[in-house]
Write a protein that binds this ligand. Structure first.
Ligand code: SAH
Length: 213
């Protein structure tokens, strides 16, 4: 079976499991070649619904986790989004398809080798509306703030205050809170207040850095 057929089969599985239920999101998954976001030796595993090693002890998230996060995030065309934890660049690639050419995804990664890996993968996949930056994402990315949406792909001990500061009013932050085993939290910024919603349990590699573990 070729990669395209495997991708269709995976998307159908995610639809049956109700992880994907929005047409735009289905389209983003069908248009994003996950085999281009994993190391050469793991290409044949790219369409297994599991996290995979990408070096530096880090992983590309399982497709169902990316699906859960994008479906719950109210993404729209034209939004400016910040991701913390670029890793392979795959999740950012999916989000970039949903926000479209008028939108933009900024993503921060602390490991220089993964920054290069993500940049290379995004370029090979022909994606031009994602900017990858090196840095401590627990401090956000003030250079391009404020953002409509911010999401974190690693587990934080608590909600880093710079991430709330860098959100626009009525913007939303999605963040796993805990250590490895965590709760996926959705935080809405309403003036100087925040409204929190717990989306359920999940497992992520830790967020390190100033506001990390
Ligand atoms: N979104 C990624 C998943 C990456 S796993 C993908 O689609 O492949 C989480 C990533 O967060 C790891 O690459 C890890 O190095 C990174 N990370 C952890 N703490 C960080 C921090 N403080 N700043 C930036 N990146 C961080």
């Amino acid at each position: 079976m070729n990669f395209k057929d495997k991708r269709i089969e995976l998307v159908n599985k995610l639809k049956r499991e109700r992880r994907i239920y929005t047409r735009e999101i289905e389209k983003a998954f069908l248009e994003t070649p996950r085999e281009m976001f994993v190391p050469e030796s793991l290409k044949n595993c790219a369409y297994i619904d599991t996290p995979l090693e990408i070096g530096n002890g880090q992983t590309i998230s399982a497709p169902h986790m990316v699906a859960i996060m994008v479906e719950a995030f109210d993404l729209k065309k034209g939004l400016k989004v910040l991701e913390i934890g670029a890793g392979s660049g795959y999740h950012a690639a999916i989000v970039s398809k949903i926000v479209g050419e008028k939108g933009h995804v900024y993503t921060v990664e602390r490991h220089e080798s993964l920054v290069e890996f993500a940049k290379k993968n995004l370029k090979n996949a022909g994606i031009t509306n994602v900017t990858v930056e090196t840095g401590d994402g627990s401090e956000g990315l003030s250079k391009y703030a404020p953002y409509d949406r911010i999401y974190v792909t690693c587990a934080a001990p608590d909600i880093p205050s710079p991430l709330v500061d860098q959100l626009k009013d009525n913007g939303t932050l999605m963040i796993p809170v805990g250590k490895m085993i965590c709760n996926l939290e959705l935080i809405e910024k309403k003036g100087d207040k925040i409204v929190k919603k717990n989306l359920g349990g999940c497992a992520f590699v830790p967020l390190v850095g100033k506001y990390g573990h």
